[in-house]
Design a protein around this ligand. Sequence first.
Ligand code: B12
Ligand code: SF4
Length: 431
Amino acid sequence: MDVALLYPQIYDMARFGTTRKEFPPLGILNLAAAIEHAGHRVRVLPVSPGHESLDLRGYPVVGFSLSSSATVTTMTTARTSSLIDPGTLVMIGGLHATLYPEQTLRDLHAHVACLGQSEDTIAAVLDAAPARDFTGIPGVLWHDHTGTLRRQAPPRLPRSLDGVPLPARHLLPANDLVVTDRLAGTNLTMTHVAFSRGCAFTCAFCSAGRTPVRYRSGADAHRELASLIDTYGIDGFAVVEDNFTVSRRNVLDIAEAIADLHLAWSAPSRVDTVDPPLLRALARSGCIELKYGMESGSPRILAAMGKRTDPDRIRQAITWTTDAGIGAKVFILHGFPGENTESTHETIRMLTTLGSAISRVSLFRFVPLPGSPVYEHAEHYGIHGTHHQPDWDGDWSKFHIHHNTRHWWGDHTQWRQVKDSAASNGPVHTR
Ligand code: B12
Ligand code: SF4
């Protein structure tokens, strides 16, 4: 069977405008690999804003990936403006479809939604495509022949990620995957990889928390990196998952296994999941930068975010990181409900004190991301404009973290403080 998988291609609007393409989602490439393993042919097609109309005639199955809420409008336009045969099975998946499956099924005029990680279920969905009866397949939602909405409980995920097929990178042009401008300020030839999935924490602004944490083994990570060296000649890589350093044991397994490849790499981390021996082991295996969600220098805002860290912990982790010879990049999130001039100054003071101990800073302005605790409990945080609320305007594209100047919470005076302090504090940097 021929399957087309469409994903939203995005450009980094903050620093590079439309001149820099973001990495394609690895999840869609894992899924494509699973489809190939099941004996089907698959094409992975990017959809960019302004170029949504594709000719998809001849594909009996077309899948739309809704990898974030910010890109839903692009994918809905692709669905309505592309040429698709009347008998084609339209399936949807990705984070947005998983968060709001019924509404997304309607908005995309889709036949079946696959919720969550789908490598283990996609073959069964494709087998069921001709009959359109998905009974017995875990994690799917569909309208049966009587028009009744049916839902199957999600699958139990294995503890290890080793069984997940490696991303089918051969389905995309190499220059979408391999670049020289994105590894910790170097010009090394690099690509992106994922060694874990999930995050057990519950930061209030994040929609990736409270998900089962699973890792790949060191041997599996080594296998993928060795093949990336052979195929693309990479000198480095960026780990792009939620939070690489949660499980010390798994992280050490990977770090030790890949050290002999002499690649430079970076990864996202949390300040409370590192210690000096771990950091030294990461440095030995080639880690040149860790990216910490510092978020704020204000203990009050950190507590409101549910970050479970504090300024002392942040300072300590950054010092340890630098001492181990690893760059420490920090992400700042400005404008969380309760932010004011004082808390902004606390953050600026902390960044100033840390000074050259920080390798790079990225400043983001707060957006209530669909699926995050602040979004799902909007009234509690005084947030307006979510799709659960009466003032919903139908615009999913506003949940974009790079072009965002909206008034999300608080009264006019509170908003003025947030806006003025953001405006007076320099440019935005991105990873
Ligand atoms: C790596 C990453 C990126 C990378 C790579 C892009 C990507 N989407 O992977 C970059 C830096 C480019 C990026 C950009 C953005 N990201 Co991002 N990103 C992530 C991150 C950390 C990991 C994604 C991932 O690999 N997940 C693991 C894989 C296995 O899961 P998956 O992608 O969902 O795919 C699986 C299933 O969903 C399913 N599936 C997916 N598609 C389909 C389609 C069909 C037909 C089927 C059947 C199944 C299916 O099968 C896949 C395999 O199991 C997530 C956090 C997270 N945990 O999801 C944030 C996350 C998805 N990003 C987020 C955001 C906001 C963005 C941006 C909008 C930022 C911006 N510019 O404003 C952009 C938009 C990207 C896009 N195209 O949608 C938010 C989304 C929140 C929301 N509710 O919308 C998240 C959740 C982070 C957060 N803190 O909340 N991102
Ligand atoms: S911000 Fe990081 S640590 Fe917090 S829930 Fe999201 S991924 Fe986990």
